[in-house]
Design a protein around this ligand. Structure first.
Ligand code: HAM
Length: 533
């Protein structure tokens, strides 16, 4: 290595990747408090904690959030779970799906059949050996392909026209391309995981509504900015049920929102605002979307390129637009609340009544459509001050039918996720929280021979539940007190020759310098309560 290169390497520092960050002890105290508040409040509403895996199959999110959603189409972190022995298998897959197959060439057709047969044989073995593999490569897909292979062979033996053969091969190639090697992602959210777990553990057989909450990191490749990270944290809760009429659903919705407002109150977050909407159901939403599309087409020329594209792909997302020039246009667009079917209208009206009954104030926001496909009817968001443009601290809504979509029984669902990073930021910005004094006692010991006594006292204080710092080395008195102060200790406990001899210890309150001489027995009580017993 040249000298220059060596120096460059020396200088190159390791650092965390873009959009992720470390949360350090001074801050984690606040994080723990917020999370603890969630544990306590959610328990009072009968929710139990579920700990979910961070890795899931890609298709779990593709099926639930929707292929068109930003999260699935561009933000997921995927990992190919490629095991060594799979190489051959996937090579056959690539051959069968990528190859151009000239149907007039019997040799090419033979090779195509051969590749397909080997792939299917390999998949059959994998499926029988490893149950979890079935998630990515569904049994039924492989079965269907075996049938297609038979069909192809029969067609060839009957000498069907090349055009028909071509169509059949195209269908097969498309199906093969859909069979993917096991692709995993770092979860971008957890509602889909909760539904997967609900099905996997047969939770529909549990009595009553199933109420679960979770907390932990989520991953989305978004453009990082204040309050927006690529690894961020959520505290979420979900209610899954298989009974109940519209009125009962509305009560569940309102109770979930009540739990949220209680949480924010207990966490000390001030100035939050609740926005609600109903986005209809599969009966009324498509009709509204068409209406919206027609209205948008009329003003197409005035819209930006993103919104112009969305007129075709997903007109609802135009309502999400932050473009200044589009705001006046959006205000004039048809609103879904005016086009709800009778059932959706009844539920929405009831939700508002239930919120009012609970004394929860809200603002209706017809533009609150949410970016994930699984929502229906009630949607809501909560904002908090001090966050700039990323001011949503919580998002949620109803997702009846999601469990069924994943192969479970008909199930209703409602839930939310709180962005923990943003809650912390808002608490810090708004309340200008003082740095918490995490350390109770700094043991300032002097004289090597007094270390064992200092160690014993430190242990006794720790047993009494106090946070104690016992420096490993001897220090001069003044320096020890200076360090105690810098560490934010509430007290300094002085242990020197006199103290050990008399068993009377000097305690100095660092806030005001008040000193007391106390015996070992009185120490814990005093240090905990701040008063001599
Ligand atoms: P979401 O609106 O995508 O919903 O996320 C919920 C909250 O997570 C947001 O309001 C925000 O506070 C926080 N959040 C999202 N992305 C980021 C980011 N990149 N950086 C920091 N915070 C972020 C969901 O995830 C749904 N699973 C919520 C839900 C549960 N719906 C029904 N049940």
């Amino acid at each position: 290595m040249s000298e220059g290169a060596g120096k460059a390497q020396e200088k190159r520092k390791v650092h965390a990747i873009k959009g992720v960050r470390d949360i350090l002890p001074l801050e984690t105290a606040l994080w723990n408090r917020v999370e603890q508040t969630a544990h306590e409040v959610f328990a009072t509403y009968g929710f139990g904690e579920i700990r979910l895996p961070i890795l899931e199959h890609t298709h779990l999110f593709e099926r639930t959030l929707g292929l068109e959603s930003d999260v699935v189409s561009k933000e997921m972190y995927s990992i190919l779970n490629r095991e060594k022995e799979d190489h051959e298998l996937w090579a056959w897959r690539d051959v069968a799906s990528d190859w151009d197959v000239p149907v007039e060439d019997p040799n090419a057709l033979d090779q195509f059949e051969d590749a397909l047969e080997r792939l299917l044989e390999g998949l059959d073995i994998k499926l029988s050996e490893d149950e979890s593999f079935g998630g990515a490569v569904a049994d039924s897909a492989v079965h269907a392909l075996w049938e297609k292979l038979d069909e192809l062979r029969e067609a060839r033996s009957k000498g069907v026209p090349p055009k028909d053969l071509e169509t059949l091969i195209d269908t097969i190639r498309l199906k093969v391309a859909c069979i993917r090697e096991e692709e995993l992602v770092l979860r971008p959210e957890a509602t889909a995981s909760v539904c997967r777990a609900y099905i996997e553990h047969g939770m529909h057989t549990l009595p009553g509504n199933v109420k679960l909450y979770y907390m932990g990191p989520m991953f989305r490749r978004e453009r990082p900015q204040k309050g927006r990270y690529r690894q961020f944290y959520q505290i979420g809760a979900e209610v899954l049920s298989h009974t109940g009429d519209l009125k009962e659903d509305a009560r569940v919705d309102a109770e979930v929102i009540e739990m949220l407002t209680t949480f924010f109150e207990k966490a000390g977050l001030e100035g939050t605002a609740l926005y609600i909407n109903s986005i209809g159901c599969k009966e009324c939403r498509p009709k509204y979307v068409e209406l919206l599309r027609t209205a948008l087409t009329k003003v197409k020329d005035k819209l930006g390129p993103d919104s112009q594209r969305r007129i075709e792909t997903n007109p609802l997302r135009v309502l999400d637009s932050k473009l200044e020039s589009e705001q006046a246009i959006i205000e004039k667009l048809p609103r879904i609340a005016e086009h709800l079917c009778p059932d959706c209208l009844e539920e929405y009206t009831e939700v508002k009544k239930q919120l009012a009954m609970r004394g929860i104030s809200y603002t209706q926001n017809f533009r609150l459509v949410r970016g994930l496909d699984y929502y229906m009817r009630t949607t809501f968001e909560i904002t908090a001050p001090g966050l700039g443009s990323q001011n949503a601290v919580c998002g949620g809504g109803r997702y009846d039918g999601l469990v069924e979509l994943l192969g479970g029984p008909p199930t209703k669902g409602i839930g939310f996720a709180i962005g923990t990073d943003r809650v912390i930021l808002s608490l810090q910005e708004i309340r200008k929280l003082p740095v918490e004094r995490a350390l109770d006692v700094y043991v300032a010991w002097m004289g090597e021979k007094n270390y064992p006594a200092a160690m014993k006292i430190a242990r006794r204080l720790r047993e009494g539940g106090l946070a104690v710092e016992l420096p490993p080395g001897e220090m001069k008195f003044g320096k020890a007190l200076g360090l105690a102060d810098k560490l934010g200790a509430r007290y300094a406990l002085i242990i020197g020759d006199d103290e050990v001899a008399t068993k009377q210890f000097t305690v100095k309150r660092l806030e005001d310098g008040e000193q007391k001489k106390l015996g070992e027995r009185e120490l814990v009580a005093y240090l905990k309560a701040g008063e001599a017993p």
